[in-house]
Write a protein that binds this ligand. Structure first.
Ligand code: DC
Length: 226
């Protein structure tokens, strides 16, 4: 029997194009989009603003009670608020990336954010992107895609994106950050980044955005949820 609502899970390493793909897919299918990385980024910004090291588990856990992350949508854009303050731009600053990866290793942080992610997904059609969506957050998702690309291709895309936003960062810095984050995200103890057994692998190293979207929409159609 077909379920009332469907979920599309897109996981993969940094810079594989998950958010770009998920955003386009959500607009085309008119469903809710959730970028879960934004939540770990917001948590990292919060701890840092409070003067807490993101690797200081004991003190990060103490902060969780007052961490209030809000997600809202305007014209299809996801707005992220931190205790009422819009941090949508701050969380994209390069210094936040590695801190988000580090704070995401703390099991209590994951528990809180996964709970919030499931609440947002409940009772609606959703496309969610992250590292553990198919393996942990939404294991029953009807469509599971593991999106990847070579580290060079991912670094080039991320670098171009950051330059466009006015961040004067070198390619080498972006490349090294990607490699370090891959290491961190794949080797953590709780919900490490890995392809779910029933996920479909899509390598976009040689695909442009349009081709990647077409490939994903084909997978979605094949899964018969539309
Ligand atoms: O997708 P992103 O680059 O914005 O994510 C930032 C970090 O957050 C990433 O390096 C690891 C962590 N993350 C996670 O552990 N689980 C998710 N579902 C999403 C992100």
């Amino acid at each position: 029997m077909k379920k009332e609502f469907y979920a599309i899970a897109i996981d993969g390493p940094s810079g594989a194009g998950k958010s770009t793909m998920a955003k386009i897919l959500a607009a085309n299918l008119k469903i809710t989009y959730l970028d879960t990385g934004a939540m770990y980024r917001a948590a990292a910004v919060y701890a840092t603003k409070q003067g807490i090291d993101v690797n200081d588990r004991v003190n990060v856990i103490k902060l969780l009670d007052t961490l209030d992350i809000g997600i809202s949508y305007e014209d299809g854009h996801q707005t992220v608020s931190l205790n009422g303050e819009d941090v949508s731009l701050t969380i994209r600053e390069p210094w936040v990336s590695m801190k988000a990866s580090d704070i995401s290793k703390i099991p209590e942080v994951r528990t809180k954010l996964v709970d919030l992610q499931r609440k947002i997904a409940a009772g609606k059609n959703v496309v969610m992107d992250g590292r553990d969506i198919a393996t942990c957050v939404l294991p029953d998702a009807q469509v599971k895609i593991f999106l990847t690309a070579s580290a060079e291709a991912r670094a080039q895309r991320r670098h171009a994106e950051l330059l466009e936003k006015g961040n004067n960062i070198s390619y080498q810095e972006v490349y090294e950050d990607i490699i370090r984050r891959d290491e961190n995200d794949m080797n953590r103890a709780v919900s490490p980044l890995r392809q779910a057994e029933d996920a479909i692998l899509l390598d976009t190293s040689d695909l442009n955005i349009e081709q990647s979207v077409m490939a994903i929409e084909e997978i979605v159609k094949q899964r018969g949820v539309l």
